[in-house]
Design a protein around this ligand. Sequence first.
Ligand code: G6P
Length: 489
Amino acid sequence: CDKQDGKPPRQRLLVVANRLPVSAVRRGEDSWSLEISAGGLVSALLGVKEFEARWIGWAGVNVPDEVGQKALTEALAEKRCIPVFLDEEIVHQYYNGYCNNILWPLFHYLGLPQEDRLATTRSFQSQFAAYKKANQMFADVVNKHYEEGDVVWCHDYHLMFLPKCLKEHNRKMKVGWFLHTPFPSSEIHRTLPSRSELLRSVLAADLVGFHTYDYARHFVSACTRILGLEGTPEGVEDQGKLTRVAAFPIGIDSERFIRALKIPEVQVHIEELKERFKGRKVMLGVDRLDMIKGIPQKILAFEKFLEENPYWRDKVVLLQIAVPTRTDVPEYQKLTSQVHEIVGRINGRFGTLTTVPIHHLDRSLDFHALCALYAVTDVALVTSLRDGMNLVSYEFVACQDAKKGVLILSEFAGAAQSLGAGALLVNPWNITEVAKSIDRALNMEAEEREKRHRHNFLHVTTHTAQEWAETFVSELNDTVVEAELRIRQ
Ligand code: G6P
């Protein structure tokens, strides 16, 4: 535990996630420059009340030499981060392969890769072996830094094997695991060749958390149907050992967005954007360029809307920010070309010599530019085919207290369960329905917009990332203490 200026030592929280919240660039043999990502999730996890947090993860760079590793470890220590070093082959098999080509699409209902069966089986085996090896490497770093009384919180589908590795090493360690993606129906999960091993490993944790009650329910039924274990209202029971399973819906640091809108630089930017799009309604999409986000479906729905509503053709613009991601995975490369092709076709069809209906950007925006864009938007379009939560919808709502724009939200995003009453919910596969919702949103009366916005704004500002992190960690602490008491009785 860390001593703070003579105060009693605080309990430590070890956050373990595939990625550290930094981007590291090597400047010389033993020098690194680090940029810390300042998002709400990061500050929530590093700022859990009463806890002194450390973050363990991969720095996203290959550092084969000891000098470089030592220098990076020292630089990261100042930021309360501890690196796990993964070589290129492991990254290829574990991160690009098992995590992003197998688990990610499967958990989002896109199924397993459809290559040649034999090749698939072989790659399953070697990728799963790399996955387990990488998880063991994370466990080795946790074990090295663990001190009695620490709470260990493992994150996401990259680290499903970690709870088992940790508990095998130290049964007394308090281990929680949280999934940031959906957990699919047991009928989908059961197609995965390593289905049982992964479930058993997750069950080694003391507390297992999901964004929604439905994901928790799917996980419990996968354990009962695939492993034959008993599901209880509390979680899953295996030979007298209970693993608590519950929903912990994440939020954002809404104050950070609300504060940003008051900064003069952001206000200037807002005015510039208003001037730039004067006379036109602004529709906005902000997504990682990922197949789960339903970007082609969104753009096709916008095309259908323009096709059926000629009146709007020169009065509305769709700004689509598509942040490149996982660019080494072939599926993501294909998606980029597909989106470019559709955008080009629609702009060719409905553009004029001076304007185009879609502005598509293959890059991220800095925080202030993003806030300004959210603030001037009339209609935000979130058309995820599946999404764990989707915090873009939360960020949009946080920035809309002046304008009270409309949120069109996929019913397959976790956020539909919390923002459903304020948003227009759509099935993103139904292009006609989405096109109709665009029409409805653009024509919505101020009174209805106000009412819908109020509902969502209240939710977004009261269910924050901070509260999410604190609830999970305190429940994890209590779960372990209760279990110990039960054993002693
Ligand atoms: C999702 C996952 C996160 C991941 C993020 C970015 O939100 O749940 O764990 O960090 O995507 O993906 P990347 O592969 O770039 O880390």
